[in-house]
Design a protein around this ligand. Structure first.
Ligand SMILES: [Zn+2]
Ligand SMILES: [Zn+2]
Length: 386
């Protein structure tokens, strides 16, 4: 086991920062003022029975790309930037532009139900290197990222007020990622977001009717259907799902019943997860036009907490990749039918997409097995106030 030290600090504006790897002891700059988010709240939409987050401060988020009028500003996520003024190997910090807060403001009293925007919004830096992807990280860096996700998930779930820990990545301008430095995010919710709520209902219904795990059935079907398989390993299926919303959608799903969240994974399963994520993103980097990687949304679906506070039954950990591109230069737009009626129209045949992806995967496969180290986070210091 390779220990990954974690040092917890606090920005002067109150945001938490965890530095993974050697920390040189330099203080954070003392010039920041605490963020104020008086307008942040949730509103309940009666007709869809869903919550909407009102978060106007996000409109002031930075861009790291050049525009016609201005060159690209310095990347705020690189070593020496405002978030990380010192060297790091990986890092997690509270988002400067949060939608959910540990201590949210009181919601306004309005004509219909509102609620505090309670939860967490964290940014996860994969590497100090400004360019790259999950496919170009070194095996050690990728193993560290998985260890960091696991560490954060375990800690957030130790807060019983949080029902769902959602690790995700938005990659590429086509999906609205405003910073290109390799990074992802974590949102932790005090309620189940609607898609997770629907999935839990489907699992419960299947259990009541058939007394079996629905996700085990999906894993068996994906595993037994070569026409939708992209690649696979002992611990995970890696397939285009039977009914994908998006062209080139790929799901990486834990085979083992009981592997519901990242902290449930064994050492071998963590290695296999690294191999699967590496393979999928390598496909996306090469699929449409080499040198111009496919944009994607990556959702790590971990079992949310049920009414008893523990992880819901029959959920298997998955990483679900949702790329919006359907052909070079052509974006799949979530238009009226998808957005307002809720019927996704996929312009590709899932088996054809799987064949294309599998061909890229086997072309890219050099036959050399990559060895991912077993990395585990070790806290080395109590939180320091600076
Ligand atoms: Zn950078
Ligand atoms: Zn199962």
């Amino acid at each position: 086991m390779e220990p990954l030290p974690r040092t917890d600090l606090r920005h002067p504006d109150g945001r938490r920062l965890s530095v993974y790897g050697a920390y040189d002891g330099n203080p954070l700059p003392a010039d920041a003022t605490p963020g104020a988010w008086p307008a942040l709240h949730l509103r309940h939409d009666a007709l869809t029975d869903r919550w909407v987050a009102i978060s106007p401060a996000r409109n002031t988020r930075p861009q790291s790309r050049a525009t016609d009028d201005a060159p690209a500003p310095a990347c705020p996520l690189c070593v020496g930037g405002p978030e990380l003024p010192f060297a790091y190997e990986a890092a997690v910090f509270d988002n400067r532009f949060p939608t959910l807060l540990a201590a949210p403001p009181e919601p306004p009293a309005l004509e219909a139900p509102t609620a505090p925007s309670r939860g967490r919004c964290e940014v996860v830096l994969y590497t100090p290197t400004h360019e790259g992807s999950l496919a170009t990280l070194t095996p050690r860096e990728l193993a560290r990222v998985i260890a960091v996700w696991t560490d954060r998930s375990a800690e957030l779930w130790s807060d019983r007020a949080l029902r769902s820990v959602f690790v995700f990545e938005n990659r590429g301008e086509d999906i609205g990622a405003t910073l290109s430095h390799p990074h992802g995010q974590i949102y932790a919710f005090d309620h189940l977001p609607s898609r997770q709520h629907d999935r839990v209902r489907a699992l419960q219904r299947h259990r009541q009717r058939h007394d079996r795990c629905l996700t085990c059935q999906v894993v068996a079907t994906d595993g037994d259907t070569p026409a939708r398989r992209v690649t696979a390993n002992d611990s995970f299926t890696v397939s285009v799902p039977f009914a994908p919303d998006w062209p080139y959608e790929v799901h990486v799903r834990a085979r083992r019943h009981g592997a519901r969240r990242l902290p449930d994974l064994t050492v071998d399963e963590r290695r296999d997860l690294a191999a699967a994520l590496h393979a999928v993103v390598r496909c996306y980097d090469q699929l449409l036009h080499p040198g111009a990687p496919l944009a994607y949304m990556m959702a790590c679906q971990q079992a949310p907490a049920g009414n008893d506070g523990g992880p819901v039954d029959d959920w298997h950990l998955s990483f679900e990749f949702l790329p919006p591109q359907r052909a070079p230069g052509k974006l799949k737009i979530r238009a009226s039918v998808e957005t307002a009626a809720g019927l996704f129209i996929n312009d590709t045949v899932p088996e054809d997409s799987a064949a294309e992806l599998a061909a890229v995967a086997s072309d890219a496969d050099t036959g050399d097995e990559i060895t991912f180290p077993d990395v585990e986070v070790v806290r080395v210091a109590a939180e320091r106030q600076r």
